[in-house]
Design a protein around this ligand. Structure first.
Ligand code: B4P
Length: 182
């Protein structure tokens, strides 16, 4: 089962992916977490990713595809994956489709978590990660609108693939709304 958690920065993709992974016994892959780990380890990928992550820009598609391809080799992904923060561009969506096709798999559901910008900004400012300053959050929201949101149209072209869930409210309530769509 391949589930894509989709949405603007701070809508709760990471929060919900962790809960879903546990409940559905499917591994969780967060490209954001993968880049933060690579940056901590000062790997080659980490060195490339750092400038983009620090600025709230998207890491180049080829780098993203290689980190996902490598991660998905892990046997823990044999049952599928909860993809959190990937794909974020049309090129990444194409890379994912190609990667899954090679394994005889396809995306089961794309769950678009919907939260208004004011709530997102409030959540991220109170989390306070290095890329959670007002200026970088504003850039991440712009990047989302320009580069990632157009994927909603791409996924809505496939019957019953894309669902939108209200991401405002108690974390467990949001999780139940997501489970109801899967
Ligand atoms: P990510 O790590 O994906 O971060 P995110 O979009 O900010 O967070 P998410 O939506 O997962 O929110 P979370 O659950 O943490 O990306 C960081 C950077 O990595 C990007 O800017 C980019 O540079 C790079 N990157 C990652 N993937 C990439 C890709 N595919 N291509 C290119 N670049 C990529 O929740 C946020 C906060 O809200 C938390 O504090 C949480 O506790 C709180 N929260 C969650 N749900 C809540 C609720 N219901 N109520 C109240 N608070 C809630």
């Amino acid at each position: 089962m391949i589930i894509v958690l989709f949405g603007a920065p701070g809508v709760g993709k990471g929060t919900q992916a962790a809960i879903l992974a546990e409940k559905l016994h499917v591994a969780h892959l967060s490209t954001g977490d993968a880049f933060r780990a690579a940056i901590r380890n000062q790997s080659e990928i980490g060195k490339v990713a750092k400038t983009y992550v620090d600025a709230g820009d998207l890491v180049p598609d080829s780098v993203v595809a290689s980190i996902v391809e490598e991660a998905m080799q892990d046997p823990s992904f044999a049952r599928g994956a909860i993809l959190d923060g990937f794909p974020r561009t049309r090129a990444q969506a194409d890379a994912l489709a190609e990667m899954l096709q090679r394994r005889g798999l396809s995306v089961h559901r794309v769950v678009n978590i919907d939260v208004d910008d004011a709530t997102i900004t409030e959540r991220l400012l109170s989390r306070g990660r290095a890329d959670d300053t007002a200026e970088i959050i504003a850039n991440r929201l712009d990047v989302y609108r320009q580069e990632t949101a157009p994927l909603l149209e791409y996924y809505s072209a496939v019957d019953s693939l894309l669902v939108t869930v209200n991401g405002v409210g108690d974390v467990q309530d949001v999780n139940q709304r997501i489970l109801d769509t899967i």
